[in-house]
Design a protein around this ligand. Structure first.
Ligand code: XIL
Length: 383
């Protein structure tokens, strides 16, 4: 009698454990299913991308890794593929971080974007000068550009969806930037870079990328550049509009005009480095050389963003996001320039040491209200 009683108790116990197990499994899987996701919310419109810093590339920020997998289907290197990082000396490459980034993207089925091949900033110090510090000859620079592009693009052939081939070749007034490449080769360096990139990976998409693309003078020059490349039969798939914005800049009308002008010129458009500073504006644009000294009055939100500013920021971000959706027939990717506010380069540019709030996730890895809204709308479109 007693043993029978114990057995009965045992059975009930086992039954409870099994039930608890199934309840647990079920709730875990339904949580996964209903978990909001930005990439799912914009599916069918454009790829949702994010720039990864080296901590994230090296898996040293697990919370970030989880969010990146959940919300994004495209990645780009914030820094580790720039020439000074990946090719620091003439005969030395450093592919370690870039290799990890590409591998991470592949493992997670993400479109990996290469940023960037030819840029005057974060330029490897040896690239355009000889051992005496004098400018190299045009032929020597062509050879160096070709070697660099072939080595980097060639290494990831077939694994990178597209490359920012030339970055920021145009000044705000619409003239060619007087970069070392321009000084030595004239504007010819641009078609050459596109030619070399295409030779190294004929399947890869090729992009021209720049900031301040809403301005008329720059817009017209970019259109001219697209025409020049196409006339020579060179591949250019898209123009990347960086999208470094502020609370008053750019005007969405001007931004829209540029989207339309570029697509009318026969290329797709990508928003490649989206962020929006919530801080007082001290300069527009993203010209790395234009920095401003710190003063407390231009760093007003060190203890958090006031509600009114946060609301205005969210409204403005939503306005631009809706503009991107409106043109999703030509916009193929929207990439944010960093994951959380704490990661953003805007905390250090154009003023060092400010506390900014420019990205889609806050310092606690929580989505901003407008992001939450987009994702909820996707989960329940009747809202
Ligand atoms: C920025 C990075 O975010 C910073 O970490 C780095 O110190 C400077 O460069 N335009 C570009 C990007 O094309 O590569 C720049 O990234 C921002 C402006």
């Amino acid at each position: 009698m007693k043993t029978h009683h114990i057995w009965k108790k045992c059975h009930i116990g086992i039954l409870c454990i099994v039930c608890a197990f199934f309840i647990e499994v079920k709730s875990a899987s339904s949580a996964e299913h209903t978990e909001h996701s930005l990439k799912r919310a914009v599916e069918g419109n454009f790829l949702m991308g994010v720039a990864l810093n080296t901590r994230q590339v090296n898996g040293r920020d697990q919370q970030a890794t989880r969010l990146i997998k959940q919300h994004f289907n495209s990645i780009v290197a914030e820094n580790c593929m720039k020439s000074s990082a990946i090719h620091p000396e003439k005969n030395r490459f450093n592919f370690a971080d870039a290799d990890k980034l590409v591998h991470f993207g592949e493992e997670n089925g993400m479109a990996v974007i290469g940023h960037c091949l030819i840029w005057h900033s974060q330029l490897a110090p040896w690239f355009c000068i000889d051992e005496n510090g004098a400018k190299v000859s045009p032929d020597e620079l062509k050879k160096r550009m070709r070697d660099h592009i072939h080595a980097v693009v060639g290494r990831y052939k077939g694994r990178i969806k597209g490359w920012d081939v030339v970055n920021e070749a145009i000044e705000s007034n619409g003239s060619w930037r007087k970069s070392p490449f321009y000084e030595i080769l004239g504007e010819e360096y641009i078609p050459l870079a596109f030619q070399y990139a295409h030779e190294a990976d004929p399947q890869a998409e090729l992009y021209y990328n720049d900031y301040g693309m809403d301005a008329k003078a720059k817009r017209n020059k970019v259109v001219e550049l697209i025409g020049m490349l196409k006339k020579r039969g060179l591949r250019i798939d898209a123009v990347g509009m960086q999208g470094h914005m502020g609370m008053k800049y750019p005007e969405s009308d001007n931004f829209e005009k540029s989207i339309l002008s570029f697509s009318n010129a026969g290329v797709n458009v990508m928003i490649t480095e989206w962020d929006m500073s919530a801080l007082p504006n001290v300069q527009t644009g993203a010209n790395i050389a234009d920095t401003v000294a710190y003063r407390k009055s231009i760093d007003p939100y060190t203890d958090g963003l006031p509600d009114a500013i946060s609301q205005a920021w969210n409204n403005r971000m939503k306005e631009f996001f809706n503009l991107f959706l409106k043109h999703s027939n030509v916009i193929t990717r929207v990439t944010v320039w960093g994951l959380t506010d704490g990661d953003s380069w805007k905390n250090g540019f154009p003023v060092r040491g400010r506390v900014d709030y420019p990205l889609l996730f806050d310092r606690h890895y929580m989505p901003k209200p407008f992001v939450q809204e987009i994702m909820e709308h996707q989960a329940d479109p009747s809202r």
